[in-house]
Design a binder for this molecule. Sequence first.
Ligand SMILES: Nc1ncnc2c1ncn2[C@@H]1O[C@H](COP(=O)(O)OP(=O)(O)O)[C@@H](O)[C@H]1O
Ligand code: SF4
Ligand SMILES: [Mg+2]
Length: 345
Amino acid sequence: MTTTEAREAVAAHSEASSSEPTELLRVEDLVTWFSRGRGIPPVRAVDGVSLSLHKGEALGLVGESGCGKTTLARTAVRLIEPTAGRIWFKGQDITEHGRRQLAPVRRSLQMVFQDPYASLNPRMTAGEIVAQPLRIHHRYRHAGGRAKVAELFELVGLDPDHLGRFPHEFSGGQRQRIGIARALVLDPEVIVFDEPVSSLDVSIRAQIINLLADLRDELGLAYLFIAHDLSVVRHIADRVAVMYLGVIVETGERRAIYQQPMHPYTQALLAAVPIPDPSRRDRARPLAAGELPTAARPPSGCRFRTRCWKADDRCACEPPELMDRFDHGHPSACHYAAPREAVER
Ligand SMILES: Nc1ncnc2c1ncn2[C@@H]1O[C@H](COP(=O)(O)OP(=O)(O)O)[C@@H](O)[C@H]1O
Ligand code: SF4
Ligand SMILES: [Mg+2]
């Protein structure tokens, strides 16, 4: 054994046996309110959320539009200042980190946005876009610059001959691949995907989701994957958190969420997922009439009560806590949470 091999063997051993924490990102009691001026109630976009993301894990964050998913994700990666609560990255409290202290965290925590049209600078070539984070972090040369970018192009299924093309010369799906390559260029540990396939044609979605699943396996990445319905995260998430009006109402392993949803909101979301065979359609009621209430004045007690078919007086006064009511490692925030066998789909 050469010295290098010996050193590598020791390193590999200590890596495997060390008690290095596997928790990458954690938020606790996170609150993000947007103020709208004096005398006007603030928008309580995120109103007390605790979540954690572990090494190699994909956590799906689901809830309808306007419930606070983007704000939660952007606060968790320190793009928006939290109003209250704490954020940890790899065991380190980063809530009050300044710009310089955040630089290494920013490299490890990347984000991919919903709209590949709006998020790519139209005046830069695809190659420049993917290389930009390297330049910002002064790592272009160190990382091998152009060769690294070409390698990433291949990894995400783009033709390296097209490095010099501009965003408008690519299709929607290809543009999202450029966004993914850009998120990978700094070798991150966590990627936050904010509805990465919502703006794409249905026919393209599966391709992108498969690509993301492969990349996760290959690179050992952890994902926070945001979607507004449960059909998209089903193929990628190990764990799912369901969000409603600024709070998490249910969270658990993927299987538990899809097969035994406990919260009426999760049950309604699942009932809304189209299934091909109408005779197998779920009998859970679809989302009650009415829209998402304003986050500036959430309903008293349970926030879901204005749309819930099980709501009663207790729901109007007592906010249900998110807790593991049945000891299944599957917490829900409903006074009348009850496991219900969902139709397998
Ligand atoms: N910068 C902002 N200023 C004021 N209100 C905002 C801002 N960003 C989001 N909101 C409001 O916060 C709530 C949650 O929005 P968002 O986090 O975008 O939800 P989602 O991503 O689930 O659609 C909405 O009521 C939205 O209008
Ligand atoms: S606490 Fe009441 S209103 Fe809220 S989800 Fe449960 S039954 Fe519905
Ligand atoms: Mg959003």
